[in-house]
Design a protein around this ligand. Sequence first.
Ligand SMILES: Cc1cc2nc3c(=O)[nH]c(=O)nc-3n(C[C@H](O)[C@H](O)[C@H](O)COP(=O)(O)O)c2cc1C
Length: 346
Amino acid sequence: MPDFYKLARKILFRLDPETAHHLTLSGMNVTRRLGLLPHLTGLGPAPNPVGSGIEVMGLRFPNRVGLAAGLDKAGTAVDAFGALGFGHVEVGTVTPRPQPGNPKPRLFRLVEHEAVINRMGFNNPGVDRLLENLGRSRRRFRGVLGINIGKNFDTPNERALEDYVACFRAVYGAADYIAANLSSPNTKGLRDLQNVETCRELVATLQRERRDLALSHDGRQAPILIKIAPDLEADQIRDLAAVFSETKIDGVIATNTTIDRAAVAGHRFAPEAGGLSGTPVRRRATEVIRVLREALDPAIPIIGVGGISSADDAREKLDAGAALVQIYTGLIYRGPALVRKLAAMK
Ligand SMILES: Cc1cc2nc3c(=O)[nH]c(=O)nc-3n(C[C@H](O)[C@H](O)[C@H](O)COP(=O)(O)O)c2cc1C
């Protein structure tokens, strides 16, 4: 059934984007449990790992492609995404307390650009519920599970670190790696945390926490990553790279969505506030990876994300210096076949 996704997309794209999102996640879970997901996607069972997999940050990834944060914010569908062939799945962003996010509508499809604008605002069930959900949804997945953490919208920036620490402690036992999101444009002031002093303090604080937590987790040191925005100037990227190198962070995820609208100027949704993702952010994200790669300690891996909708796009990120890639918007427009193509890449 190679055209199944085309048909599903036709139906889903008639629905409002958020309804389509929820319907897809529940549909995936049900069909996965019935063992039908691989057949419905027309792809057959998930492929065996490429070779013996790839080792990054001391973790073994079955392949180079992961699900980017924000699609499975509540951690309810890890096994289902695993069944699509993802080698890693990043759930969240999760905050210490549950929060509803911004008022709807807050998600817009720019179909002509294979793009999305979102201003979800970290709608999520809170970290305790996320962990409960993972207990049910991560039973078979043999890949790497990342948990992306953030701060509640009503936590002032002066106390943001407390939120990151609270989430870090809570998720430590469940996460293979933990990514601190400093780059969503939809939580007021969040991106201001991407400055040299705050990043240095955040990384040092989380590393201290990790030393303590490792004692009660068989000595296991979960890698710590920071996710950055595509809207940073080259100098800002280099300054942050210096901090990342000095603190020996385990990895950097580049990039989140952009607030720049130049690539979609004139589109009826272009004036909507929020982060733009998909094809229009591809080049910029690659450029950020290139600048970062040049400035960063070569031992620190980059996960490249932003506008990947083909194997060539993924290759562009790897050539720019990424070790792994992630997708979100490309999955919406291209469907699960894209995961398979990227999972097969050496
Ligand atoms: C609807 C939506 C929600 C997102 N939510 C999050 C989030 O909660 N945390 C995060 O770090 N990134 C979030 N992202 C950003 C993606 O993880 C990714 O960095 C970005 O969309 C660029 O990749 P893409 O072009 O493949 O979508 C979100 C993206 C979209 C489209």
